[in-house]
Design a binder for this molecule. Structure first.
Ligand code: FPP
Ligand code: MG
Length: 322
């Protein structure tokens, strides 16, 4: 059963990549740049989340999904929303590389990156509108885009603020990252069946959000992990004066750390964190706590056992990184 479901998910993901490739005509004149993004698409965790929750509530859909099925279409659209945010994020963060390759704005300039992000974002909206079962579905998509932008703005307004709190950080990452994971999961439930169970929707909502929180905390810890190549530039947050969980824990435990931060020297901040390993460990505990809450969200939810195991593996994969 599990092997079969794993094989189904693999097949579904191939369909999603195919569906994304068909969209290159809608992003002209940036077709080549879009193609390069897809050639380096990563694990597509948000699309997987959507497909898994889609299958979780629709035991009847036990065969392979077609290229134009609502779940494949929705999963491709969710990845497009994610791609659009990344292309814009790399401009805002002035990041040179992502997934080990030069970013769009580095190779083609800011204007191209903004237009390409805009084109991908508008196609995401158009595609979701075309498969929406009702207006509440559209409202959730639009509201989540607002939350993502709001999360980014919260982060922006705390730039360089040594008084930033853990609660503030959590609010910002809930918006900028966890909201999209949550949306992927609930969209899957809504597209998988015309009559979604409220318990399954609640499980999708909570699982997605906690998984997304863990994902961002782990990503933020990774920024200080200079020994491990991740395809992204290191010490970028600190260079940009964005204070993430290990730094916030440092500020809470030692007010003198603020002076280290104000020196604006990433090497000094790194040296401080390396001399105080409890700070990164504390952040790892934060990520683990989110992952255990994600797993709890699956308890007792009406999810087919094979699918539930796959969701659990998704959380375990992140768990292995902390
Ligand atoms: C990555 O964070 C960025 C996000 C999770 C969200 C970015 C959102 C925007 C730029 C605004 C909304 C844009 C659109 C198109 C609606 P990070 O910089 O911490 O992670 P990274 O290490 O992957 O860059
Ligand atoms: Mg970034």
């Amino acid at each position: 059963m599990t092997d079969r479901q794993r094989a189904l998910l693999r097949g579904d993901m191939e369909q999603v990549v195919g569906r994304l490739r068909r969209e290159e005509t809608s992003v002209a004149p940036y077709r080549e740049d879009y193609r390069r993004l897809l050639d380096n698409h990563g694990k597509m965790i948000r699309a997987a989340l959507l497909l898994l929750f889609g299958r979780a509530g629709a035991p009847a859909a036990s065969g392979p999904l077609g290229p134009d099925s609502p779940l494949v279409t929705g999963a491709a659209a969710i990845e497009m929303l994610h791609l659009a945010t990344l292309v814009h994020d790399d401009v805002l963060d002035d990041a040179d590389t992502r997934r080990g390759r030069p970013t769009v704005h580095t190779t083609r300039g800011n204007k191209a990156a903004i237009y390409l992000g805009d084109l991908i974002l508008s196609r995401y909206m158009e595609i979701m509108a075309s498969i929406a079962p009702d207006t509440a579905f559209i409202r959730e998509q639009a509201g989540t885009v607002c939350e993502i932008v709001g999360g980014e703005l919260l982060q922006e307004s705390a730039r360089g603020d040594t008084a930033v709190t853990r609660a503030y950080y959590e609010r910002a990452i809930r918006g900028k990252t966890a909201a999209l994971f949550r949306l992927a999961a609930t969209t899957g439930v809504k597209l998988g069946t015309s009559d979604p169970s409220p318990d399954l929707l609640a499980a999708a909502h909570d699982f997605g959000e906690h998984l997304g929180m863990a994902f961002q905390i782990i990503d933020d810890i990774g920024d200080f992990d200079v020994a491990h190549e991740s395809g992204k530039p290191k010490l970028e947050d600190i260079r940009e004066r964005i204070y993430t969980l290990p730094v916030i824990l440092g500020l809470e435990s030692d007010p003198a750390f603020a002076q280290v931060l104000e020196s604006d020297d990433p090497a000094e901040v790194l040296a401080y964190l390396q001399a105080h390993p409890s700070l990164v460990d504390g952040a790892k505990d934060g990520a683990r706590s989110q992952l255990s809450q994600a797993r709890q969200a699956l308890d007792g939810a009406p999810i087919a056992p094979g699918v539930s195991r796959l969701l659990d593996r998704l959380a375990a994969r992140l768990s292995a990184q902390v």
